[in-house]
Design a protein around this ligand. Structure first.
Ligand SMILES: NC(=O)c1ccc[n+]([C@@H]2O[C@H](COP(=O)([O-])OP(=O)(O)OC[C@H]3O[C@@H](n4cnc5c(N)ncnc54)[C@H](OP(=O)(O)O)[C@@H]3O)[C@@H](O)[C@H]2O)c1
Length: 301
């Protein structure tokens, strides 16, 4: 598949960097155009995702390939208060993909590739716990962060499954994948002693980032895989996933929650604009489907 315009989150390090370098080399070879544009995007802020998409849509008339690669494994909350792994790995990419979807549909053939992980098999979906209002667990252990990461990676697989359903009959196809076990900075937030413990295993068993980019590149470029839209790949071949990771009802429910979340965040942004324009302060709380997606205090008076 020949690709002229592609967008990768995030190409500065790890598997994303190896993927970006490979695609840049191919671009140079195929079309003589090795122009790479760097744009700021913070997936831990839905405002930043919107602003990135707005700038991208204004400046880039064509989009053939979107690679949702960025990922975190560690503590913290996003700007809107979601668990960091859930917010960055799933929610930010969900919004980004939806904002760019119409542009992807304009291309003759385009793809959305989402980097998930084998660990999605240990993931579970507990909708109330995905609420922005959920209080952070104090002193959460590394295992707690790993569990949140697994859950976010299950969201990646379900998102791809539902996206494929929604894109049926369009020129866009989508895939998700496990890149392998790769030496990167993914565990940068682990305590130093845990990183030290991991080091010998990494040296012995982990692959390098170039190997880690291969399945992403396969999903991005391989001709003829369009009938496999929505599927999960590993080692450059399609793999079966567990029943929960291809559950239509679950993936649809997750999708609808995200649509409502995006609408709620938009409403909050509008309300904050209105309040700064009118000088009025008020309190707005939005709770959808019992999940308490967003809460926002605007002050009294
Ligand atoms: N390494 C593995 O063994 C492995 C296994 C399975 C799946 N994966 C998946 O592979 C993907 C790439 O990870 P990696 O292993 O290459 O790890 P990495 O070296 O830590 O790279 C992660 C990338 O995500 C970016 N990122 C993190 N938070 C972000 C945010 N808020 N907004 C925008 N970008 C953000 C990072 O940018 P900054 O450096 O600027 O923060 C970095 O470019 C992830 O989705 C990960 O879950 C990795």
């Amino acid at each position: 598949m020949e690709v002229e315009s592609r967008n990768i989150t995030c190409g500065n390090t790890g598997i994303g960097k190896a993927t970006a370098l490979d695609l840049a080399r191919r671009g140079a070879r195929e079309s003589g155009n090795n122009e790479v544009v760097y744009m700021q995007l913070d997936l831990a802020s839905l405002k930043s995702v919107r602003s990135f998409a707005e700038t991208f849509l204004k400046t880039e008339p064509r989009l053939d390939l979107l690679i949702n690669n960025a990922g975190v494994l560690g503590p913290g909350r996003t700007e809107e208060g979601f668990d960091m792994a859930f917010g960055v790995n799933h929610l930010g990419h969900f919004l980004l993909t939806n904002l760019l979807l119409e542009r992807l549909k304009l291309a003759q053939q385009s793809r959305v590739v989402t980097v998930s992980a084998l660990l999605h098999r240990l993931g579970a979906l507990d909708f109330p716990s995905l609420s922005a209002r959920r209080k952070p667990v104090p002193g959460q252990t590394t295992w707690g962060h790993i569990q949140a990461y697994c859950n976010s990676k299950l969201c990646n697989v379900l998102f791809t499954h539902e996206l494929a359903n929604q894109l049926e009959g369009t020129s866009v196809t989508c895939y998700c994948l496990h890149p392998g076990v790769i030496t990167t900075e993914l565990c940068r937030d682990f305590p130093a002693w845990q990183q030290l413990l991991l080091l010998p295993f990494a040296k012995l068993f982990f692959l390098d980032t170039e190997a880690g980019a291969q399945t992403t590149l396969y999903c991005a470029l391989q001709e003829g895989i369009e009938p496999l839209s929505g599927r999960y790949f590993s080692n450059c071949s399609v793999q079966e996933v567990s029943a929960k990771a291809r559950n239509d009802a679950l993936s649809h429910a997750l999708w609808m929650r995200r649509v409502l979340t995006a609408a709620a965040v938009c409403l909050l942004w509008l309300s904050s604009q209105l309040s700064s324009l009118t000088g009025l302060h008020y309190h707005l709380a939005i709770s959808i489907g019992g999940a308490g997606l967003i809460e926002h205090g605007g002050g009294g008076g």
